[in-house]
Write a protein that binds this ligand. Structure first.
Ligand SMILES: N[C@@H](CCC(=O)N[C@@H](CS)C(=O)NCC(=O)O)C(=O)O
Length: 220
């Protein structure tokens, strides 16, 4: 099994963390051909995004589908809660990250430069982002993790994306409040940071993200 992509990506970090909580070491590696759009990589994953997982010469993308595959094939330790309702909750948190939180990040990335910023677009995205974190909190079960006393899929989706939101969006560049501000989300974050499987992946994700941002700043 080969996982392609950079750990700087929150989607790649999701899969690496999910593997970790299942007791599997699945480090991310460079895409074949050295880029997301190389012919070698596009042959494996025509979507041209990371992550992708290669298994016996066949590959497929989409972080949550890769997590599902790991769940189906690596059965020694589950990355999902036992109770069906709790499973629904943790999957819903991951879906909210993809459909409602991630969707609000574009306007911020497109408006990093204060001189050319579309203030209205950024303000609207900030409001929607705060609402989306509210949806995630509402989907959570009893804590301290997204659902229960151990990290599951929802944590693996929400935590790396939250690192990105805090570093790039709520870290002072924009007038956006830290999304980790309610008692439930603060307790959740503390649990994730205090968990050995999660925090190693988050540290690697944060370091890679910082290096990526430095490179981008150098190019501007
Ligand atoms: N829905 C996808 C999203 C993956 C994604 O957007 N990855 C970004 C990196 S953070 C990417 O590859 N972007 C390159 C591009 O869009 O060209 C997943 O869950 O895997």
């Amino acid at each position: 099994m080969k996982l392609y992509g950079s750990i700087a990506s929150p989607y790649v970090a999701r899969v690496v963390m999910y593997a970790k909580i299942k007791g599997i070491d699945l480090p991310a590696q460079e895409t074949p051909g050295g880029s997301l759009k190389s012919p070698e990589y596009l042959k494996l994953n025509p979507i041209g995004k990371v992550p992708a997982l290669e298994v016996n010469g066949q590959a497929f993308g989409e972080s949550t589908i890769i997590c599902d595959y790991l769940e189906d094939t690596q059965t020694a330790k589950s990355g999902l809660p036992k109770d069906p309702l709790d499973r629904a909750r943790t999957r819903l948190v991951a879906r909210i990250v993809d459909l409602y939180i991630a969707q609000q990040l574009g306007p911020f990335f497109r408006n990093l430069n204060p001189a050319t910023r579309d203030a209205a677009a950024v303000e609207a995205a900030g409001k929607e982002l705060a609402k989306a974190y509210g949806y995630a909190e509402h989907a959570m079960g009893p804590g301290p993790f997204c659902v229960g006393a151990a990290p599951t899929l929802g944590d693996c989706a929400l935590a790396p994306t939250t690192v990105l939101v805090r570093k790039i969006i709520a870290g002072g560049k924009f007038d956006v409040a830290d999304p980790v501000s309610t008692p439930r989300l603060k307790a959740w974050w503390q649990a994730v940071e205090g968990n050995a499987d999660c925090n190693g992946v988050l540290a690697a994700h944060t370091a890679a993200l910082e290096a990526f941002l430095k490179t981008m700043a150098g190019r501007r």
